[in-house]
Design a protein around this ligand. Sequence first.
Ligand SMILES: Nc1ncnc2c1ncn2[C@@H]1O[C@H](COP(=O)(O)OP(=O)(O)OP(=O)(O)O)[C@@H](O)[C@H]1O
Ligand SMILES: [Mg+2]
Length: 393
Amino acid sequence: MRDKRLQQGAARAVAPWRGDSRARRDHFVRVFAERMLADEGTGVMLVDADYRIVEANPMASAIFGGDRFSWEGQPADVWAEELGVVLPFGRSILQGESFRNRKVAWTRDGVSREVVVDGDALVSGGQVIGAYMLFHDVTPWMMLEEQVRRSDRLKMIGQVAAGTAHEIRNPLTAIKGFVQLMKKSFDERQMGKEQNYANIVLSELDRVQELVGEFLLLSKSKETKLSSLRIGAVMREMLPMLRNEATLHDITVRYESKPDLPPVLADKEMLKQVILNLGKNAIEAMGKGGRLLIRERHSDAALPGYVSVDISDTGSGIPPHTLERIFDPFYTTKENGTGLGLSICQRIVHDLGGEIGVESSADGTVFTVSIPSVSSDPGIQSSGGGALPHDDV
Ligand SMILES: Nc1ncnc2c1ncn2[C@@H]1O[C@H](COP(=O)(O)OP(=O)(O)OP(=O)(O)O)[C@@H](O)[C@H]1O
Ligand SMILES: [Mg+2]
């Protein structure tokens, strides 16, 4: 498309070259200017000496939204105000205050955008006749930068978590041992009140120990013990636990197996933890009443050879602007949450070579875990077959 346009431009340029070199130059500049205005990668805006918009190219309206033809004649500052954009320059550009790489950031229809602008005055015959602004949409680069920053942050959190967890674990073992001894001696002396205190201390220590365990799981890629197993086998062990929890909240649990699916290659304990965390989140999102549906299926075409499990709830959903943060460690909206559940799930699923995704609306949320399946290799034994039948509570 672009090449074709260039060729057309070149063909048009041939005739006027002969003779007058000034005309030839002018023609070149005009063709170049037209080409710049049609450019799909750069937004162009021209203003006159009164700071009124003379021209805006299609890219400018693609960046800022709105109808570029209706902008003509409008002062640039009024135009910016109407669009809710704070421009990093002003009428001083007409006094020759040129600039480069100034950032403009704003949000339109819930989508954040970032643009860098270059600008300078246009001078003709010693007079400022207006100014130009060139806009480059850098949103994709900014998103990439944010991703790198996030992954650096995750790595750092991982390292700090590993170090801290390691240091906490040793004294914790000693504290627990001595409290157990104290409890024993309270028992022997039948000191009921002190026994109670010791029990409370021990159960709180268990909580700390559990948390430290989660830290370590998050920070280190634990050695995975891969074996061929069926999702049904994992579900058989997890369903009673999930059902207990669900019943307390009047939530029904339905499990839809697909017996003809191949087994997956995974670490059973880790997969159990993923299902548990996602199931717990689903139940917590529903409050009282609702339905938790766990469904096995072949993965979408984008992941051939994978098996997927959808965990859907009828909860309140996740607002779009928080969707990208839910996998961050310590991101939680719950009073007693640690915010580690999903980051652990993500780590485990990635360690298994799989993917985890989420879709959410006001009607509820679906988390999808996709794990590589075992190719029909007769050498690999699958453990614990038996998908369960469709199953409601
Ligand atoms: N099914 C869901 N529906 C709605 N929001 C969810 C769902 N799953 C996760 N979330 C949101 O993502 C956040 C992070 O979840 P994550 O499991 O990492 O931590 P948590 O559940 O808050 O704490 P923890 O898992 O440590 O108890 C939750 O606080 C919640 O806001
Ligand atoms: Mg959770």
